[in-house]
Write a protein that binds this ligand. Sequence first.
Ligand SMILES: *Cc1c(COP(=O)(O)O)cnc(C)c1O
Length: 387
Amino acid sequence: MKRIAVAKPKLAGNERQYVLDCLDTNWISSNGKYIPAFEESFADFCGVKHAVATNNGTTALHLALVGLGLQPGDEVIIPTVTYIATANAIRYCGAVPVLVDVCPDNMNIDSSVIEAKITSRTKGIIAVHLYGHPAEMEALNQIAEKHGLWVVEDAAEAHGAEVSGQRVGGLSNCGIFSFFGNKIVTTGEGGIITTNDSELASRLVLHRGQGMDVNRRYWFPVVGYNYRMTNIQAAIGLAQMERITSYLEEREQLAQWYSEALSDMGDEIVLPSTRSWAKQVFWMYNIFLKDGDAETRDAVMSELGNAGIETRPVFYPMHVMPPYYEQASYPVADTWSARGINLPTHLEVSRSDVEYIASKLRLAIATVSDNRGLTSPVAERRLRDAA
Ligand SMILES: *Cc1c(COP(=O)(O)O)cnc(C)c1O
């Protein structure tokens, strides 16, 4: 049977050659030429002065917050719909993630509800460019400026996304990216912080390397971390950066195929949309069921799974997770995250795979509504067509 993964890396360039170079030259740890080369290429790509590579995206987030001076008891505003690392990094500093609801069209932080959550302890906002669609940076930066806050872009899912023609990662105090195996470009595990602030960049380098004074070896003026990237990771990353432009074009093409193949399903699902000022990069191509709840959604995913199509649910909101549980309701997040499905989004998904996924999705939604006694004319027609 056909099996289509939800995500997978593409290692079709110089990855192998550069990694073998690390092995052949003995430079396999966190010194070596690929680390600065990768950092420079990523900084150039984002149009920023500095890029500081780390061993993963979560440590990049934590290191960014350390560099910005986040202290126990401080508060940081984040969208309730995000990957757990955004909230965890704040908790690692002993600080408190303060949740806000998201926009219904792209599940990003809703800037119109932020100010109600600002207190005297608020230090900053983390804008997550979820699934590759950038957050409302202009509005967020204005709120931050008015209240004396910093802004961090969690761009872990958005390499190459743009706001008004400018790439993410350079649109606020600093940005962080992840290079996990399922991200837009990968180093296996890896992360990076991008910034135009030279003093912040020095603090990041200091704390990344155990806090060792860069001018005095084995002298440690602060408590730092070992969050260093290895030369092998950077070797893979450099090869990935050589191809990133075409990888982004291929993702855009894939998204277009999906939107065409699913365009007649307007009664059943909501397709991705893009804000007028945004360029999104489709880390994941998401669809949302127009009706139903998490149970319906999970049943649709299970039907797709039976057809060999791997999918994932859109992230559960932070306020339903045990570590960040709140009784409060966040209406947009509650309704739409429960109905969201990530479809297979990677560079080996072909046009005929997309046709196959679209036909199985039609059938899955009809079968599930039939099983739940929610038969509609559309569902009946789909089931008849498939019989
Ligand atoms: C992947 C991801 C991270 C963390 O990255 P890792 O490299 O997996 O540690 C942080 N934030 C978001 C939004 C992510 O998707």
